[in-house]
Design a protein around this ligand. Sequence first.
Ligand SMILES: NC(=O)c1ccc[n+]([C@@H]2O[C@H](COP(=O)([O-])OP(=O)(O)OC[C@H]3O[C@@H](n4cnc5c(N)ncnc54)[C@H](OP(=O)(O)O)[C@@H]3O)[C@@H](O)[C@H]2O)c1
Length: 331
Amino acid sequence: MEKYHADPERYQKLSHRRSGKSGLILPTVSLGLWHNFGSVDSFDNAQRMLRKAFDLGIFHFDLANNYGPEPGSAEENFGKIYVSDFKKHRDELILSTKAGFLMWEGPYGEWGSRKSLIASCDQSLKRMQVDYVDIFYHHRPDPNTPLEESMMALDHIVRSGRALYVGLSNYSTEDALKAFTILRELKTPGVLYQGCFNMLNRKLEDSGMFSMLQENGIGSICFCPLAQGVLTDKYLNGIPANSRATRNHFLKESSLTPELLQKVSALNALAEKRSQSLAQMALAWILSRPGVTSVLCGASSPEQIEACVKAPQNCAFTAEEYAQIDKIVLG
Ligand SMILES: NC(=O)c1ccc[n+]([C@@H]2O[C@H](COP(=O)([O-])OP(=O)(O)OC[C@H]3O[C@@H](n4cnc5c(N)ncnc54)[C@H](OP(=O)(O)O)[C@@H]3O)[C@@H](O)[C@H]2O)c1
């Protein structure tokens, strides 16, 4: 591929938000590399998506040790593209990775022991070809390791220069509060929570997570903001070839029930009235909720990224629109 020159206008194209009361600032739309960046995917498309994202003002890329497939290959591909395209922009980028889900054999290949988290972080840095990541997450709570041990491992990861900030993902509100309290006592910058949140899945809001985070000056980044593509118009006229529902088990065709698609169709009509695509309305709706720092989107093409970054341009909803959305989704 030809040499990459970043668009000099990129910072005029997308808004930023501060993560809680910390110094960490994220673009309102971030890009996750869970799908479509692995060794089974097109490397050229992955490179085009990362270039497009950065040109559009997305300076936060989210990874995890196990993203692929093959596990680890998203970090490896990112590393190659980082070296060829983004190395000179290192101080602009916010790169994150995580450990906690199964990555290698034996008792240290997953969960939250000190050994597992530190070893996984070292592996990720090698694959990504960076000296440090900006955010290192514990990907899920470990019911069998003392929380203090996992948090002290995160503390060590920061103090040893492997990460600048740490975050938590998939913790319950109660456990997240305990964990962030330990991090605060250790004076470790635990500044961000990553959880699943979208118009169809509101558990984070219902569980008081956002209020807890706001009370504690911690930001949030919401993953699967499009419910893996369900909250777009792509499944309204059948299941397109190569869409996620045809490609992997995380989004099953059987979950696209007529009832669900009826809701999506009604949301699509509402989005049209707002002069937005459904994908844009779904992202804007999340960004309009109190305490949200960024939406963490996935994509399979540069065009999808182009569409998503327009979402923050219209994040204002009337009380009537909120009520209509709730009625469609919740009944
Ligand atoms: N912490 C965790 O446990 C956790 C868990 C899951 C995800 N995450 C993070 O969150 C990121 C995003 O997750 P996700 O990929 O499920 O997010 P998503 O944004 O809900 O779904 C992305 C999918 O939606 C479709 N899409 C995106 N933009 C579109 C557009 N403008 N128009 C039509 N379709 C569009 C594409 O589907 P097609 O591929 O079908 O085209 C794309 O692959 C991940 O990459 C990862 O970084 C974290």
